[in-house]
Structures are given as C-alpha cells and as structure tokens.
Unconditional design. Structure first.
Length: 364
C-alpha cells in the first residue's frame, strides 16, 4: 500500500481551485509506482498543471442525464513507461515485446470506489473518506474547525476497529447529548456560517436538501415544515459536514459505488418502529441499484444515502485503476450473517493501449 494521502500544511499540492492534486504528475515528467521520476521517460505530453476540473454533477434529479466524466479529454496522450532491454536490430531503441499485448498507462483521472458490503451510514462515509485523505488527529481537528461548531472540538477521532477478526476503522464521537429537533432552515444556517469551502458547503447542503424532500414526501408536508429528528442531531450534521469537506479535498474525477445492500427488519426511531429500509430511505433509493442480503435491520441510513447521491455516485463494477489507498470502514454495530463494513479505495484510473499504440478511453 502506498503512503496515505495527507492535506493541510504537509499535504499534496493544490490546484487553483484549492483541490488536492492526487495521482497526477504536474511537472510533465513520468513517475514510477513509488512516485519518483522514471529515469529517461519523457512523461506525459500535451497536459500541464493548469487543467481545470469541472464541477461535480449532483445526483437526485432523475429527470436529466447524469454525466460523471468530469470533463475527460481523450485527445491527449500518455507515454508508456520507457522500454528497456537489448537492441538486436541496432536501431538505437530498446526492443519491443515479441507479440502485440495490451498495455496500460496511468491516466490523470482519480477514482474513488465504495463497496458497501453491509451498508452505508454517515459515520461510515466520514471514517472511510478520512482514511482516503490520510488525515491524522491534527488535520481532523482543523477540518472540524471549519464547521464553526465549538462543541465538536477534539471530540471526533478515526480509530482502529476490529469486527469479526478483520481490522478496519471507525468514527469515534464524544458529543454532548442534546434534545433538539432541527429543520432545514436550521441546518442551512449552520453550514452558511461555517468556513467550509463553497464546494464542500454545496455538497453538505445538497445532501440535506435531498433528505428534506424525501421526508416531506413521506409525511405529506412541505420541505419548510419538515422537522429532522435523528438526522437533525449534531452527529448527523457532523457526518454530513465532515464527509463533504473530505470529499471536496479528495475531489475524485469519478465516484463508483457498488449496489446498496438492503434487508428486512424493524428500525426504532423517534416515530416509533419503522420497517427496514425506512420510508425516507426508500424514497431516496428510487433509481438506485440495491441487492438483498441475508441479515436483518437497518443497512442504509438517511444520511448515508443522501451523501452518496449528493456526491454524484455512479453505480457499477470496479473501474480499471491502480489502488493507492484502501480501508474498511465500520459503523457502530455489526450485522449478523454477512460480511461487515464498507470498503473504500482511491487510485488512478488506467487507460488501455492496444497493439497499435492508440489510447482507448479510461476504463470506467
């Protein structure tokens, strides 16, 4: 596994929009697996560090065509690593392979992958993204400070967690208990007075907008009259805000998720007992691939699904990529009878070259 990515004063370079530049070579020189310049390689032609990442497309509006390509430009080319070996023909160039093969070149695109084996929740998302960003305790505190909620200071950590004999990570909170129900306006005010980047704020607000619309539809009311219960609590606001900050910092070109697992059961909440999946979650799952698992209880929380949609996830198999960071993120409980946790991976997408040397599209 490569060294974890980090941000802040000792993090990676940032582009002109404040996004971390991961998996790129912005000096125009080829790099090997260790991140060092490959000796004698001309590197990447036709690109420089001045390229721009177009805004993420937000999911949730199923009346339009979702385009998650993040502005791929297939006109550029990427040199393959320099050939080495003997030169039997005396041409001055290293001999090529004996037979045509398909080779891969590192593309500039970054892929974030989520495989939610036992489900997704806000804390699972936050812990997984924190591991992808390589955050330490100091960087976590710096990120939380941008939420401008003093009660969160020093109260959130990503800690090792062992479930079923398999090590992973989880979000550890020590927040004050509160008995307050917030509405969409209260949540908007919290994020509006924060010092989050505009993009992170937009993502957090979008997640709560999606959730408010689902809750309004379920309860037969308007968005302005919705009162969040569990999702209006401080920990849910933390999960959405922190996850949005981290996603904005990582700024993947594509976010690919596996189908979301669902199962039967009952969920206890402020409204009493609800069937699993909860009604608001079912509204948000419209158009989303799901798969049944042999367990019982809540697998997809309102905050978890709203973040996946706000982050513009596409659902499908693993993309062709080189894994640079990976982690298993666990929630607060373990489901019986199924593999637990959600697998996160971050890396560089691979673009295939055929025997003629032409470059195909980066594999999605």
């Amino acid at each position: 596994m490569t060294a974890p990515l980090s941000f802040g004063t000792c993090g990676p370079d940032l582009d002109d929009r404040g996004h971390a530049m991961l998996g790129h070579d912005h000096e125009g020189q080829g790099r090997d697996r260790a991140g060092e310049p490959a000796p004698g390689c001309p590197g990447i032609h036709g690109r420089n560090s001045g390229h721009d990442h177009p805004p993420h497309r937000l999911a949730g509006d199923h009346g339009h065509d979702h385009d998650h390509s993040r502005g791929k430009d297939d006109s550029h080319s990427h040199d393959l690593p320099c050939a080495t070996g003997p030169d039997p023909a005396g041409t001055g160039r290293a001999a090529g392979p004996a037979a045509p093969v398909t080779a891969y070149a590192y593309g500039p695109a970054r892929a974030l992958v989520l495989r939610p084996s036992s489900g997704i929740a806000g804390d699972i998302m936050a812990a997984g993204l924190a591991r992808m960003a390589g955050f330490d305790a100091r960087q976590m505190d710096e990120a939380l400070e941008t939420l401008c909620l003093p009660e969160l200071s020093g109260k959130v950590r990503v800690v090792p967690r062992l479930v079923g004999g398999i090590s992973g990570w989880g979000l550890e909170l020590s927040l004050p208990r509160e008995h307050r129900h917030r509405g969409p306006g209260d949540v908007r005010e919290i994020f509006a007075r924060s010092s989050m980047t505009p993009r992170a704020r937009e993502l957090a607000l979008e997640s709560f907008r999606l959730l408010a619309e689902a809750e309004a539809a379920v309860h037969g009311t308007t968005v302005s009259e919705v009162h969040f219960h569990e999702v209006g609590a401080l920990d849910s606001i933390l999960d959405a805000g922190l996850s949005s900050i981290l996603f904005d910092l990582i700024s993947p070109d594509v976010f690919v998720s596996g189908p979301l697992p669902v199962c039967d059961g009952a969920i206890r909440c402020a409204h009493g007992l609800l069937p699993s999946p909860a009604p608001a979650v079912m509204r948000l799952l419209e158009g989303v691939p799901v798969v049944g698992i042999d367990s019982e209880g809540e697998t997809v929380t309102p905050t978890g699904i709203s973040l996946i949609l706000a982050f513009g996830a596409v659902f499908g198999p693993w993309p062709a990529m080189t894994v640079d960071a990976q982690a298993i993120s666990y929630g607060s409980r373990a489901l019986p009878g199924v593999p637990n946790g959600a697998l996160f991976a971050l890396g560089r997408r691979l673009a295939a070259r055929g025997p003629d040397g032409g470059q195909d599209h980066a594999h999605a």
